[in-house]
Design a binder for this molecule. Structure first.
Ligand code: SAH
Length: 268
C-alpha cells in the first residue's frame, strides 16, 4: 500500500506563513459578536458574475444565520466568514455555496453543510479559547474544512484516500497559501502517527466505530469529533461522537444524528 506522504514535502514556491486577508478578493469580514443582535436583512448578492465576485455579504449572511441557530464560537464564525466556500465547489454550484446544504464535490463525495462544519469545529475547540495545536483531519474532500482549520489550529494534517480529491483540494487551497496545512494522500483509518500526538482529530466520514489508532494518537487533553454508525441504536443512522482523552482515561459522549459519507479503507 502506498505510504501517505505530505504534499507539503514538495516545494511550494511563494507560500507565505499566513492567510493574508488583505490580498483576498473580498474585504476582511467583521468578527461576529455571538451574543449581540444579528441583522435580519437578506443581502441581494449574485455570485456567478465572472471576475470580481462579491461574496462577502452573502457569506456574512450565512454566518449570521449560524449565529442565530446558536453557534456561539466567535473564532469559528469568523473563520467561516473569511474562507470563501464558493471557491471549493464546482462553478455550476456557486449560487448554492452559502446555503446550509451539503454539495457534491465529485467521486461520489460531498462538502458538508456549513451548519455541521460549524458545529463540529465548535465541539473540537470547546473549552479552548485560543488556537488549537496540531490537528488531524480525516477526509480532506475539497479542502474547505482544512482551510477553516488552518485559521484555528497551529498545524493541520489532512488525509484523503481518493487521489482525485486530494489533488482537487491542493488546487483549491493553492490561492490561500496556507503553510500550516499538510495534505496527505492515504488511508486515514490508521491515522497519521508521524504528526501525533494531536490536540484534536476531526473526521468527515463515518465508520462502524472510531479506529483505536485515532484515540491512541490523541494527546492527553485532546478531543476527537467524528461521525459513527449508530449501529445498535438505529440501523443505518449515524451520530456525532465526541471523545476526550483525559489523564484519567477516555470519555465518550454521543451527540445528535448526522449524515456523512462512509469511512472506507484503502486508497483509490
Ligand atoms: N471536510 C471535507 C468533507 C469531505 S467528505 C470538505 O470540506 O470537503 C469526506 C471525505 O472523506 C471524502 O472525500 C472521502 O473520500 C474521505 N474518506 C473516507 N474514508 C477515508 C479514509 N479512510 N481516509 C481518508 N479519507 C477518507
Amino acid at each position: 500500500m502506498a505510504q501517505p506522504h505530505p504534499s507539503s514535502a514538495k516545494p511550494r514556491p511563494g507560500f507565505p506563513a499566513r492567510l493574508d486577508v488583505r490580498n483576498a478578493s473580498t474585504p476582511p469580514v467583521r468578527p461576529v459578536a455571538p451574543s449581540g443582535p444579528v441583522p435580519a436583512h437578506k443581502p441581494k448578492v449574485h455570485l456567478a458574475h465572472g471576475v470580481g465576485l462579491d461574496s462577502s455579504a452573502v457569506r456574512q449572511s450565512m454566518v449570521n444565520k449560524l449565529a442565530q441557530q446558536g453557534m456561539t464560537d466567535a473564532a469559528v464564525l469568523q473563520a467561516m466568514g473569511s474562507i470563501e466556500r464558493h471557491r471549493f465547489v464546482d462553478s455550476a454550484l456557486v449560487n448554492q455555496a452559502y446555503e446550509d446544504t451539503s454539495l457534491p464535490i465529485g467521486l461520489g463525495q460531498t462538502i458538508s453543510k456549513p451548519g455541521v462544519v460549524c458545529r463540529m469545529l465548535g465541539l473540537l475547540r470547546q473549552g479552548n479559547p485560543g488556537r488549537l495545536g496540531r490537528v488531524l483531519e480525516i477526509g480532506t474532500g475539497c479542502g474547505y474544512q482544512a482551510a477553516l482549520l488552518s485559521l484555528l489550529c497551529s498545524e493541520v494534517y489532512s488525509m484523503e484516500r481518493l487521489r482525485g480529491l486530494h489533488d482537487k483540494a491542493r488546487d483549491n487551497l493553492r490561492h490561500l497559501r496556507l503553510a500550516n496545512v499538510h495534505l496527505l494522500f492515504g488511508d486515514g483509518m490508521p491515522g497519521y502517527a508521524k504528526g501525533a500526538p494531536y490536540a484534536g482529530i476531526i473526521a468527515a466520514a463515518g465508520g462502524e466505530a472510531v479506529p483505536q489508532a485515532w484515540i491512541d494518537q490523541l494527546a492527553v487533553g485532546g478531543r476527537l469529533v467524528a461521525p459513527v454508525s449508530a449501529g445498535a441504536i438505529s440501523a443505518g443512522k449515524q451520530v456525532l461522537m465526541v471523545i476526550d482523552k483525559t489523564p484519567h482515561g477516555v470519555r465518550q459522549a454521543v451527540m445528535e444524528g448526522v449524515f456523512f459519507v462512509p469511512l472506507k479503507s484503502g486508497i483509490a
